[in-house]
Design a protein around this ligand. Structure first.
Ligand SMILES: Cc1cc2nc3c(=O)[nH]c(=O)nc-3n(C[C@H](O)[C@H](O)[C@H](O)COP(=O)(O)OP(=O)(O)OC[C@H]3O[C@@H](n4cnc5c(N)ncnc54)[C@H](O)[C@@H]3O)c2cc1C
Length: 336
């Protein structure tokens, strides 16, 4: 097994940023893990790439890029109450969701059409339309290339929270090889989001397939397709503030959009904060803010990482000045 040198990653990231990897290796079979460990000499920095839909890649990446392309889906166990399904990390997330729906394994339909791979899904605990991965996950199978061992993490050990997990912190160097899902046979629709609750196709008979179709329809209507306009989805997390800070902001900005959270806190709609600072549809250098979605930063043409960093910093500054709230970006910056 050898590295490919100066691998062009421009087509392998959803933002379409011009980027080259000094050393790139693709992982297509679990048997290759030992060989990859050998290539990752002790201390050599490396980075695991999935579908590239939540990364901002530097122009030149000197870290070793390990591209996870492990494939396969299997039913591990069926009990009277649940299906336990294992999907390899390189499976395309949406194809996996579709595959589950077709086989009658329901529960992932609200997460349809999220770009990327199964292996990245636990990293930021993907979520949409009232469901988070942590609600459906049994365990994560990961490989530690330094100690050359496989580790299985239970749901609790993944330490999930809003767009966060163990794999973003202490578990950063692990290569996730498979994810296991526990889907209940007693299916319950999740229609808590107004977009779904009010959807014309979900007013009579609600099935998992109907929710899947509605989620796809809403997402296609609302979000820019990365194949047409480079973007990484929501660029900032919705900030969580204390009840006191929320009340102060609400008094100053009565139209503030916020959702009550447990533990006396509120989640603010980051898109609303950005929009109020006049960023919707604006461009800075080769990057811009989407004309309809203030939370989405786009590649306005030939952008590189520095353009994205510049506009992200300008937005963060403006939001901090106006609202006293610090935005935290969602995509991972991959630097040299
Ligand atoms: C248009 C658009 C819409 C989106 N909508 C949503 C949404 O609704 N909800 C949501 O939560 N996210 C959303 N995202 C973000 C993105 O889809 C998810 O974060 C997705 O899980 C990223 O998958 P990926 O394979 O592309 O990961 P990558 O972008 O390749 O990597 C992301 C991170 O995961 C790590 N990683 C990837 N694979 C592995 C692995 N096998 N082992 C260890 N680490 C790994 C990488 O090192 C990196 O830190 C959206 C993105 C886009 C472009």
């Amino acid at each position: 097994m050898d590295f490919i040198q100066q691998k062009d990653l421009t087509g392998l990231n959803a933002m379409g940023l011009v980027s080259y990897a000094k050393n790139y290796v693709s992982l297509c079979n679990k048997k290759e893990l030992k060989g990859i460990s050998g290539l990752l000499e002790k201390g050599a920095p490396y980075f695991v790439l999935g579908g590239g839909s939540n990364v901002v890649l530097d122009k030149q990446i000197d870290q070793i890029v390990v591209h996870n392309q492990l494939k396969g889906v299997k039913l591990l166990q069926e009990t009277t109450s649940h299906w336990l399904i294992e999907a390899a990390a390189g499976e395309v997330w949406h194809d996996f969701v579709l595959n589950c729906i077709r086989r009658g394994w329901y529960g992932l339909e609200n997460l349809a059409l999220i770009p990327g791979t199964v292996g990245a899904s636990p990293v930021q605990n993907i979520g949409a339309y009232g469901v988070e991965l942590q609600n459906r996950l049994d365990s994560v199978v990961a490989y530690d290339p330094i100690n050359q061992q496989e580790i299985v993490f239970t749901n609790a050990q993944c330490r999930f929270s809003y767009r966060d997990s163990y794999f973003k912190h202490e578990g950063k160097g692990l290569i996730i090889t498979a994810v296991r899902f526990l889907l209940p046979k007693q299916w319950e629709p999740v229609l808590s989001y107004p977009d779904l609750h009010n959807h014309p196709d979900l007013q009579q008979q609600v099935t998992a397939q109907a929710i899947f179709n509605a989620v796809c329809e809403i997402r296609q209507r609302k979000l820019p397709d990365p194949k047409v306009t480079g973007n990484a989805g929501s660029f900032f997390k919705n900030p969580i503030v204390s009840a006191q800070q929320y009340r102060e902001l609400k008094a100053r900005f009565p139209a503030l959009v916020a959702y009550e959270q447990p533990e006396n806190s509120y989640k603010l709609a980051a898109g609303w904060l950005i929009d109020q600072c006049g960023w919707k549809g604006r461009q800075l250098g080769n990057a811009g803010v989407h004309a309809r979605q203030a939370l989405v930063i786009i590649n306005a043409g030939n952008a590189c990482a520095s353009d994205i960093v510049a506009i992200a910093n300008a937005i963060k500054n403006d939001v901090l000045q106006k609202f006293g709230v610090l935005l935290e970006q969602e995509p991972v910056f991959v630097r040299n």
